[in-house]
Ligand binder design. Structure first.
Ligand SMILES: *Cc1c(COP(=O)(O)O)cnc(C)c1O
Length: 363
């Protein structure tokens, strides 16, 4: 396997198993590892072997409702290194609440929110204690933390054995952490509208479920092959209203100064970054609207456009193409409001801007 493909999960992992008596049996496991320095100096082959052993969970069944039918959900959140040497997680309570809703939405017993938050903090701490953690670098401040590093936390559900059609009643919940750098690199930020459907009324679009990712991943790869970075999904019925990016929410700053994002319906994933940016924009005195917005209005009336999610925070889009029409925003450069919001969000996350909403939780 080539460089860059290896998934470097941290040595400490967390699992919880739903028991018959309604309790969750929790376990922290220390997987094979060396020191981060020793691991960095290993040959690629040795390192791949070690990382593969870390990503092996022999107690989890291979054949189950998750691997066979996509009956699973997950979360994505980050812990950010702070200038004082500590690590803080951004709004884990919100991820906990969404994960519980997702599990319930897939017919599973919801994972208790308090256990979720405790496990998140504890896992980051355990890995940091053995040296697996990013360290704050003041150089990141120059580019709005575009090159900032953080810990990515990935909690997910995993069903009990089964091959018939079934719903998981006694799932596992697994948490792993991994180091991440910047997601969006400067360069191409063009988007094109997809003719495919991501979510439909009565479906699972509001759940952070495995199955929702199939069409967006295929479409994003097609868009990339066509020279775009992102693809935008419209509503299933009229193919007229903007819904989301491939795995991110979307915002338009209209030329009249109003910041618009599609209202939450069952076809839209309630992003925590989305919610946070609405708060930050309102605090700046920007008028915000959560409503339906047609692709025609978005393309003809927008001064700025950006997508949001835990991975990138905020990623501006330079243009949107639909059929043979292209709308370019702010001459293809990041707009003023986009930049202010990005700076404020990243500033809060890395501890450079006052966290007046109490979003950051210390590990
Ligand atoms: C995770 C996700 C988002 C972004 O949510 P955040 O909480 O901001 O990370 C947006 N859309 C979809 C489809 C997602 O899965």
């Amino acid at each position: 396997m080539g460089k860059g493909f290896s998934l470097a999960i941290y040595p400490w992992v967390y699992t919880a198993k739903k028991m018959e008596d309604d309790n969750w049996e929790e376990k922290y496991t220390l997987k094979p590892h060396k020191t981060p320095e020793e691991e960095a100096s290993m040959t690629e082959e040795e390192r791949e072997k070690l990382l593969a052993s870390r990503n092996s969970f022999p107690e989890l069944p291979l054949v189950n409702y998750t691997t066979q039918y996509g009956m699973g959900c997950f979360e994505g959140m980050k812990a950010y290194p702070q200038a004082d040497g500590s690590l803080k997680i951004f709004r884990p309570d919100d991820n906990a609440a969404r994960f519980a809703r997702s599990m319930a939405g897939l017919g599973m017993p919801p994972f208790p929110e308090d256990i979720f938050v405790k496990a998140s903090l504890e896992l980051v701490k355990k890995n940091a204690d053995i040296g697996f953690r990013p360290v704050y670098n003041p150089k990141w401040e120059k580019d709005n933390f575009l090159f900032g590093e953080s810990v990515y936390l990935r909690p997910f559900s995993y069903a009990e054995p089964g091959i018939g059609l079934g719903i998981s009643h006694e799932p596992w919940v697994v948490f792993v952490g991994a180091p991440v750098g910047a997601y969006f690199r400067p360069g191409n930020t063009k988007a094109r509208v997809s003719n495919c459907i991501r979510a439909f009324k009565g479906g699972t679009g509001w759940i952070k479920s495995d199955s929702n990712y199939v069409v967006p991943i295929l479409e994003k790869k097609r868009a990339e092959a066509e020279g775009y970075m992102e693809t935008i999904f419209l509503d299933a019925e009229k193919h007229k209203y903007v819904e989301e990016g491939s795995s991110c929410n979307i915002f338009f700053l209209l030329k009249n100064g109003t910041l618009v994002t599609p209202a939450l319906e069952d076809t839209i994933l309630p992003g925590i970054t989305r919610k946070s940016l609405l708060t930050l924009a309102q605090n700046l005195g920007v008028k915000t609207e959560e409503r339906k917005i047609t692709i025609d209005e978005a393309m003809s009336d927008s001064a700025e456009c950006f997508v949001t999610g835990t991975a990138a925070g905020l990623g501006y889009l330079e243009s949107i193409t639909k059929d043979d029409k292209t709308a370019v925003f702010n001459s293809g450069k990041m707009g003023e409001l986009s930049e202010t919001l990005l700076k404020t969000l990243k500033g809060i996350q890395y501890g450079k801007v006052e966290d007046k909403y109490g979003w950051m939780q210390s590990v």
